[in-house]
Write a protein that binds this ligand. Structure first.
Ligand code: C2E
Ligand code: CA
Ligand code: CA
Length: 806
């Protein structure tokens, strides 16, 4: 399990910015340590080097002293031997003989006995008398005097070294007494390899004897084991007591020159060599230790500082991880506070911030996902649930249904009884939605003002239908709000996944389409079918077309005269709209007015109509014709508070009197929202406009309402007038309506007058005006003046068959 996680953790660790801090701390510490280590390393190395130097110097000095001592000791034992010889009776006799040959002979014999290479006898003034080495007698004498001073009997502690014929000797001079001194014997003992070996045994030094003449280069003398290897020494050695390092053979040596003797141009010196191999080995061994300790120190330090850096950066890392989570919007995970340092204080502040944001987020989420008024989920939440339910449904293969509900006439209630009441009504509806009918798992939500939806997971069309029916029944029980009982009805649309839609939005949209269809067709309940959408699309395109019709001036004003039955005078015209459609030709109002009323677009048509009528009326007035224009108003117009104002402005703009306009309203237009409609009507009336009740007799005419309306005129619906010629019932209705109107002091207009007979009957019954094809069909407004000029009242007589009944 942990194996594959590892590279990931590593990768994330490497990619974290804290890595840099972490690494930087370690690197900084290491760098500091390295500097310290380097300084101490070089210091110690210097100390070691100097110690080695000093040791070598001390040894060389000791060597120098040992050499001097050796020479002195040697000289002392030689002197002892020489003195024994000088005291020898035979020898003294030979000397005293004064015969050179005898003296020379004694010198050679005795000298040989004690190993002297040269023996010389001189008088008391150090004048040579006889010498075994006659050629060098002067030379020996000079050096002997230099070594011993004038008093040869005084041995001192001098090494008495000299050069004879370019070779090193110890020159010993003793007095010959008989018994008073009569002369001196000087003996020369060659310096041998013994001396060199002795020094080698007593000290770690090697000895090489060198000589030079006239200040030239030193040349090693072939004495002792090192003479051959010491050849290069001559080049480097110059000044006495100077130490030089020189490579002889394999090894390094420190060499120091000790002058031994000089005579004439000749100089003799000893070079003491200190081989460095052991010093170097020792030095390197110490250095190795030092290096090892340094490296080990760095390693221990690196591990230690890595751990420390981790301990420091780990909380920072976890803190920044928390910050990253917060940044990514995850406020649910607490910020870890582990350590007890400054970082933890920061972490605690983070935690406080996180909880605050978390709480605020929760609050915002509540606001964002719940409807504040009803406590139901809102649209956003429903969509979330819906999306989840659809995912689930896609997996299980089960269907999923959505119901969309819209209250009927809610706006009316809201307007009439106030928003407070409306709110309580919505709350009551929400409560009822949730109670009883819905099954566990179903979710009711409020989408917008009076629109609700129910999500039914794992439900098909049939179940949805049953639940919808029960919901409707449930809501039909009157709701008690305060002391009022309110009847609520709803239109419900149903859409089911996967048959009707694939996505949440689409499903909701299609349930809505079905709901609008249910409301439009007063069926209360409707399941979505694609045809509904086509109808809606057609509607939509109609709306854009109508808009274009106004913009492109495709609407036409048609006029139909209203004529006084008594004298045939043209009392007014009814304005009727036509749509000159570029493709479909002249479209009658029946094909687009109902739609315009549904969508509210009728307001634009009405505005267009009023404007045209006033313009046209003004034109006729200028021609000397005073004609009243009757304009049809529908429900939406009556709910438009601004309508009276618009009319007034247009009238003033054209300088027309208000009484030149009559508004035709229908009962149903008033009944939809009586309060508001009545307010508009009263204001129009107050402005001086005439009012006519249209299509009288078709609605559930209520005389009570008729009484409340400030009317001038009543128009008997054409359905009665058209049939009254042949239908006695319609005839009676028309007659009684005429009477009723007159009793209420209203003018009566009969519309749909197609025949002469109907005209005659109406006139006979005292009807005031007639409108219909018998007089004229609706005509384009521009044709009206010509028609008016040609108009003559019909001369009609009543048919006999009717005169009987009258
Ligand atoms: P309405 O207000 O009842 O208009 C009278 C309708 O009866 C007109 O139909 C007219 O042509 C027709 N008519 C008149 N005399 C006769 C006749 O002798 N016999 C027959 N069979 N019919 C006759 P139209 O012009 O098709 O209008 C139909 C309806 O459209 C109107 O009924 C009116 O409700 C509405 N309408 C027309 N123009 C407008 C308008 O500008 N605004 C509004 N809101 N509605 C309008
Ligand atoms: Ca009308
Ligand atoms: Ca009518």
């Amino acid at each position: 399990m942990s194996e594959p996680a590892r590279p990931n953790r590593l990768a994330s660790w490497l990619s974290l910015p804290q890595r840099r801090l972490h690494v930087r701390i370690v690197l900084l510490f290491l760098a500091l340590l390295l500097v310290v280590q380097a300084v101490s390393f070089f210091t110690i190395r210097g100390v070691l080097e100097r110690a080695a130097d000093r040791r070598v110097a001390v040894e060389l000095r000791q060597g120098e002293r040992v050499l001097a001592r050796l020479l002195v000791q040697n000289a002392a034992s030689l002197r002892a031997a020489a003195e024994v010889l000088a005291a020898d009776y035979g020898f003294r006799d030979a000397i005293a003989s004064d015969d050179r040959a005898t003296i020379l002979d004694a010198l050679a014999n005795h000298g040989q006995r004690i190993g002297a290479a040269a023996v010389l006898y001189s008088d008391l003034r150090f004048q040579p008398v006889a010498s075994t080495l006659p050629s060098s007698a002067g030379e020996i004498m000079a050096q002997a005097r230099a070594a011993h001073g004038d008093d040869a009997t005084e041995p001192g502690d001098r090494p008495a070294v000299g050069l004879v014929d370019g070779r090193p000797y110890q020159l010993i001079t003793v007095a010959v007494r008989a018994p008073r001194p009569i002369g001196y014997v000087t003996m020369g003992f060659p310096l041998t390899a013994r001396l060199v070996e002795d020094l080698g045994e007593l000290t770690p030094l090697k000895l090489v004897l060198l000589q030079r003449s006239d200040g030239g280069t030193w040349v090693p003398l072939h004495i002792g084991p090192y003479a051959t290897a010491a050849q290069p020494l001559g080049k480097v050695l110059d000044v006495a007591a100077q130490r030089v390092t020189v490579r002889l053979g394999e090894d390094e040596h420190v060499a120091q020159l000790v002058p031994l003797a000089s005579s004439g141009g000749q100089q003799l010196a000893a070079a003491m060599l200190r081989p460095l191999d052991d010093v170097v080995t020792e030095f390197h061994r110490l250095l190795g230790w030092l290096l090892a300790i340094s490296v080990a120190g760095v390693a221990v330090f690196a591990v230690g500082s890595l751990a420390t850096a981790r301990r420091i950066t780990e909380p920072i890392k976890s803190l920044s991880e928390s910050a990253r989570r917060l940044g990514a919007g995850d406020y649910g995970t607490p910020v870890a506070v582990s350590s007890r340092d400054e970082v933890s204080v920061l972490a605690q502040s983070f935690e406080v911030m996180r909880t605050a944001i978390h709480e605020r987020e929760e609050r915002i989420r509540r606001l964002a996902y719940w409807d504040a008024l009803t406590g139901l989920p809102n649209r956003a939440q429903l969509l979330d649930h819906l999306a989840a339910a659809l995912d689930q449904a896609a997996q299980t293969g089960e269907p999923c249904a959505v119901l969309m509900l819209d209250l009927d006439r809610f706006k009316l209630v809201n307007d009439a009884l106030g928003h407070g009441f409306g709110d309580r009504l919505l709350q009551a509806v929400a409560q009822r939605l949730g109670s009883g009918v819905l099954r566990g798992g179903d979710i009711a939500a409020r989408l917008s003002s009076d629109e609700f939806a129910v999500l039914m997971p794992a439900s098909g069309a049939e179940t949805a239908r049953k639940v919808a029916l029960r919901l409707r029944q449930n809501l039909q029980q009157p709701l008690a709000i305060g002391d009022q009982a309110v009847d609520v009805s709803v239109g419900i649309g149903i859409a089911v996944y996967p048959d009707d839609a694939q996505t949440a939005e689409q499903l909701l949209g299609r349930a809505e389409i079905a709901m609008y269809a249910a409301k439009a067709q007063f069926t209360g309940l409707k399941a979505y079918t694609p045809e509904l959408e086509t109808a809606q699309l057609a509607t939509l395109s109609m709306l854009t077309e109508l808009q274009a019709a106004i913009e492109n001036d495709h609407l036409r004003l048609y006029l139909q005269p209203k004529v006084a039955l008594a004298d045939g005078r043209v009392a007014g015209v009814e304005a009727l709209v036509r749509w000159q459609h570029p493709g479909r030709g002249l479209v009658p109002p029946g094909l687009f007015i109902p739609f315009a009323e549904q969508t509210g677009f009728i307001r634009s048509i009405t505005a267009w109509m009023i404007e045209r009528c006033i313009a046209c009326g003004k034109m006729l007035k200028e021609m000397g014709e005073d004609v009243e224009f009757a304009i049809n108003l529908s429900t939406r117009d009556l709910l438009d508070h601004d309508l009276p104002l618009k009319v007034e402005r247009l009238l003033t703009a054209h300088g027309m009197a208000p009484d030149s306009i009559c508004m035709e309203i229908t009962e149903s237009a008033v009944m939809d929202d009586p309060e508001r409609a009545l307010a508009t009507i009263h204001r129009l009336r107050a402005m001086g406009l005439s009012l006519s009740i249209d299509d009288f007799g078709t609605g559930y005419s209520s005389l009570a309402y008729l009484k409340r309306l400030p009317l001038h005129q009543l128009k008997i619906d054409k359905s009665f007038v058209l049939r009254m010629e042949h239908d006695r019932a319609d005839e009676k209705i028309v007659r009684s309506v005429i009477d009723l109107a007159h009793h209420l002091d209203l003018e009566v207009v009969a519309e749909g007058v197609e025949t002469e007979q109907v005209w005659a009957m109406l006139r006979h019954w005292g009807c005031d005006h007639a409108q219909g094809y018998f007089v004229a069909k609706p005509m384009p407004a521009e044709d009206f003046p010509a028609w008016l000029a040609a108009w003559q009242a019909p001369q009609v007589r009543l048919h006999t068959e009717f005169s009987d009944t009258l």
